[in-house]
Design a protein around this ligand. Structure first.
Ligand SMILES: [Zn+2]
Length: 450
């Protein structure tokens, strides 16, 4: 392997030593979490975070550090209440929910899978869907409730001790059609017991404000020594939710990517390909920032050889990589070999993960992966709850995530041979989405955007 020549190997070891011994990573997390709170898109917190990320990348010596604005629906939370058969229950609004004041029966939709909706059929129409958050993605359950004619959506967490979950119900930049709220699992079980005794009527009141706004992506580059060979993109969304610090989801990915940028600057003479760093906003409301970038930079996408997206990389445990795309066997094998026994890494090739920002690029045929780490330190206080705070982040895991990300980028920017030979065609992307069973849902979500 040409990558193991002496000067490359010693540069790589110096870079790893830098990541494992430098004190920069935790202060970055502290600024993102303590000074910028949840960094909800289009908020003052988001603006403060964008300025911090941009200035920090420039101070590391990256070129062309700047922000790019995109249009998004701003949303602010108001009071939300749920009263079921006269009992007030704790709940929170899901971002993007329209305001409402309605009264209707609750219909138990199980996990909200296709079979559940088939089972209930027409009886769901005009009712408020109660859905357990297990199995498919929240947005899929929501789209099914909408298609079934439900008029409201109650989404629960799945484990004891869970807090009410938040999570956007907007997709494809289109306003959410049904009001939606989140409830804790205990609350879900209580409603379930009430339903065993007969019909449950709910009064659902949601106050919220939707308004036109802009979000900010942050972009910066390390130019390669042979930029004509192309560009690797390392990215993470820095925006989070308004109810917590978004420490795991996704200050962790942001800090890991920023740390990889800092470390790669030290070995830049080894990088033939350019590396573009992108920190997205608007991911939590439907991948709006990365989607806007992929649209605005459509003509440059052919230059991007791989998108490496870190989303939730501060949990201890396996560093999990899911590769979307065509002709990914060599790069998957390369990553497995690179991990060897030193890194606890699992690589899955040929998967489709239609959530998080790599997907905005995969939709355009660009080879793209999502990286995430194993099981949370406190499983009942995870992402999208009040519990996503800095104390949950595992610093050692975060360093390990930054180190493996930087290693992959360094090797592939030095020797791009394992990378896919070309972008996938529109037909190939559509075919893979069909095979994975996403076509109907993405159409319902207004995301079948070719
Ligand atoms: Zn995320």
């Amino acid at each position: 392997m040409s990558n193991t020549n002496d000067s490359f190997r010693s540069a790589e070891l110096a870079m790893l030593g830098e990541i494992w011994s430098s004190p920069t990573l935790w202060p970055t997390m502290r600024v993102l979490c303590d000074d910028c709170n949840g960094r909800f898109v289009a908020s003052d917190d988001e603006r403060r975070a964008a300025a911090f990320i941009c200035d920090t990348l420039a101070s590391y010596g990256l070129s062309n550090a700047h922000t790019e604005a995109f249009d998004v629906h701003g949303w602010t939370r108001g009071e939300t209440s749920l009263i079921a058969n006269g009992h007030p229950l704790t709940c929170i609004g899901l971002p993007g929910t329209p305001p409402c004041d309605l009264e209707a029966p609750i219909v138990h939709m199980g996990n909200g899978e296709p079979a559940d909706f088939t089972r209930v059929g027409e009886a769901a129409r005009g009712k408020i869907a109660l859905v357990r958050g297990q199995g498919s993605h929240r947005l899929e359950k929501y789209a099914r409730a909408y298609l079934a004619g439900c008029i409201g959506f109650i989404f629960s967490n799945t484990e004891m001790g869970c807090l009410p979950p938040t999570g956007s119900i907007e997709f494809g930049g289109k306003p959410a059609p049904l009001p939606g709220i989140g409830i804790a699992y205990e609350t879900f079980l209580r409603i379930e017991r009430m339903l065993e005794g007969g019909d449950v009527t709910a009064r659902l009141r949601v106050k919220s404000e939707l308004f036109p706004a802009t979000g900010l992506n942050v972009i910066a580059d390390i130019p390669g020594t042979q930029p004509e060979l192309g560009t690797l993109m390392a990215c993470a969304h820095y925006d989070g939710h308004d109810i917590a610090q978004g420490a795991i989801d996704n200050a962790s990915g942001t800090a890991a990517v920023m740390e990889a940028a800092r470390a790669l600057m030290k070995v830049r003479d080894q990088l033939k390909l350019s590396v573009r760093f992108a920190l997205w906003s608007g991911e939590e409301v439907g991948m709006i920032g990365s989607g806007a970038y992929a649209k605005a930079h459509r003509d440059e996408l052919v230059q991007i050889k791989l998108v490496f997206n870190c989303d939730i990389v501060g949990n201890p445990g396996t560093f999990w990589i899911g590769l979307n795309g065509y002709d990914t066997d060599r790069v998957a094998e390369f990553m497995r070999t690179l991990a060897g026994k030193e890194h606890d890494v699992q690589v899955k090739g040929d998967v489709v993960i239609p959530y998080s920002d790599h997907f905005s690029f995969y939709m355009k045929g660009v080879p793209a992966l999502m990286a995430a780490t194993g099981s949370p330190k406190y499983p009942n206080l995870g992402p999208h709850t009040y519990g996503d705070t800095l104390d949950k982040v595992d610093l050692r895991a975060l360093r390990s995530s930054a180190a493996f990300t930087a290693r992959v980028l360094m090797h592939l920017a030095h020797d791009p041979a394992p990378l896919p030979a070309r972008l996938a065609t529109v037909e190939e992307v559509q075919e893979s989405l069909r095979k994975a069973g996403y076509e109907e849902l993405m159409k319902a979500q207004g995301r079948w955007d070719f």
